[in-house]
Design a protein around this ligand. Structure first.
Ligand SMILES: Cc1cc2nc3c(=O)[nH]c(=O)nc-3n(C[C@H](O)[C@H](O)[C@H](O)COP(=O)(O)OP(=O)(O)OC[C@H]3O[C@@H](n4cnc5c(N)ncnc54)[C@H](O)[C@@H]3O)c2cc1C
Length: 406
């Protein structure tokens, strides 16, 4: 909701409820934080007390030790943050708050067509749906999360939309994992999955604290030196990337999954985003904007942190850009081609070897032109090896002090 109408709605609600205080969940994107400050002033003007609480992350940004030990700044690197987070998480997970219930009429929720869809994409929307989804996940798939993270055909928790809309809280999720961990009959690999899933939730907190402490990075690279690196604003294959017709099956399957469902497997996201930034050399903000319209759980702070990470301009301090090879990743993450077959019907009838190797496919297409559906699938819009090496060359020139322009 925009800032003005939101202020008026809160004022009305506070009056109706006879409230003494107004408490709300903090925003982490720059515009949201600005709106929070305006709301706080408006509430205080009414003579009420205003509290902005950190309800989206499990561990509030200020609870990690870099801040508490007096520096005042957040963590810019994930590793040290995770160590600090682990220390702080136990206390927040074991403390539980209860709230009184009041019966106030809710505002009408927007209809799905406002977001370009005819029907709700999150089937189990709402609090009870979220609770059921969490329970289902914790009972079964959680125990093989490590595998699901690396196999595109397997779903991960799919909790991000619930977390984003607040129908389940991050602390509730951690509490459920804690309870599951108390089971003495878990196998070692299952415990590894619990730990990996906990790290995923911690990673989410990491990006929130990054947005909280480094508001200047909301629209510009966190790494100051990378603000001078010139990514392109467009590319002749940008629409192909958006539509899932780049000729790289894994990239295309991911983008088509996103267009069809409003979500995408986490590993496919990394490969599709890397392809945009490095193979096409297009600015991460263009990708963020495109996904903003498509992702159900789109969250400006998490989107920005992740896009900057992938583009190598944010918190990931790797020495060189992490350019993924979409073909090799397809062989690793989708060896049987199941994920690709599901989202690219043109390739559904082909054997895995051809799905994963565009060159083999194109040789076959030349021989069997128009007889097989595989021939209707796009040819690669760029040569990955050439594009990746050209990017690295430009990056190397940039780090030697040149402009980054090709
Ligand atoms: C370019 C890019 C953009 C992204 N944009 C968003 C976004 O707008 N909103 C969003 O919630 N996530 C975003 N992510 C992070 C991540 O891909 C999704 O949270 C995850 O795919 C959601 O699926 P899941 O719930 O099944 O995740 P699971 O793998 O089951 O993870 C469990 C939960 O941990 C959290 N989590 C896991 N990985 C991350 C991460 N890298 N960053 C932040 N939280 C994480 C999520 O809340 C997720 O629901 C983005 C990742 C990339 C690479």
């Amino acid at each position: 909701m925009r800032s003005g109408p939101r202020r008026n709605a809160v004022r009305r609600l506070a009056r109706e409820a006879g409230a003494h205080s107004v408490v709300w969940s903090a925003a982490y994107d720059a515009a949201g934080m600005e709106a929070d400050r305006a709301l706080q002033a408006a509430v205080e003007e009414m003579g009420l007390r205003a509290f902005v609480v950190h309800d989206a992350p499990a561990v509030p940004p200020e609870e990690t030790t870099a801040v508490r030990s007096g520096g005042g700044a957040g963590y810019r690197a994930l590793g040290p943050y995770l160590a600090a987070w682990a220390g702080a998480a136990h206390a927040v997970v074991t403390s539980r708050s209860t709230f009184e219930r009041t019966a106030l009429e809710s505002e009408k929720l927007p209809s799905p067509d406002r977001f370009g869809s005819q029907e709700p994409v999150v089937q189990d929307a709402g609090e009870s749906g979220a609770r059921a989804a969490l329970e289902r996940f914790v009972r079964g798939p959680l125990l093989s999360y490590v595998t699901a993270r690396n196999v595109l055909a397997l779903p991960t928790s799919r909790l991000s939309a619930h977390l984003s809309f607040g129908t389940v809280g991050a602390r509730t999720v951690l509490h459920a994992i804690d309870e599951r961990a108390a089971d003495p009959f878990l196998l070692a690999e299952e415990r590894l999955s619990l730990a990996a899933f906990t790290r995923a939730v911690a990673r989410r907190d990491f990006f929130y604290q990054l947005a909280w402490f480094y508001a200047e990075a909301a629209d510009a690279p966190l790494q100051a030196r990378m603000r001078r690196f010139a990514f392109a604003r467009t590319h002749r294959a940008l629409d192909a990337w958006r539509e899932g017709t780049t000729g790289y099956p894994l990239v295309d399957a991911g983008m088509r999954e996103l267009r069809a469902t409003g979500t995408m497997h986490p590993r496919a996201r990394q490969i599709a985003a890397s392809f945009l930034c490095f193979d096409l050399g297009v600015d991460w903000r263009v990708g963020r904007e495109a996904w903003d319209h498509l992702l159900v759980e789109d969250d400006p702070a998490l989107a920005t942190g992740n896009w900057q990470w992938v583009a190598g301009v944010g918190a990931d301090l790797a020495q060189f850009p992490r350019i993924f090879n979409p073909r090799r990743q397809a062989r690793r993450l989708d060896p049987e081609g199941d994920y690709v077959r599901r989202w690219i019907p043109e390739l559904a009838a082909l054997p895995a070897a051809e799905i994963l190797d565009p060159e083999a496919r194109s040789r076959r297409a030349q021989m069997t032109f128009a007889l097989f559906d595989g021939a209707t699938y796009s040819s690669p819009v760029v040569d990955h090896d050439l594009a990746a090496r050209a990017f690295l060359k430009r990056y190397a020139a940039f780090t030697r002090g040149e402009t980054g322009r090709s």
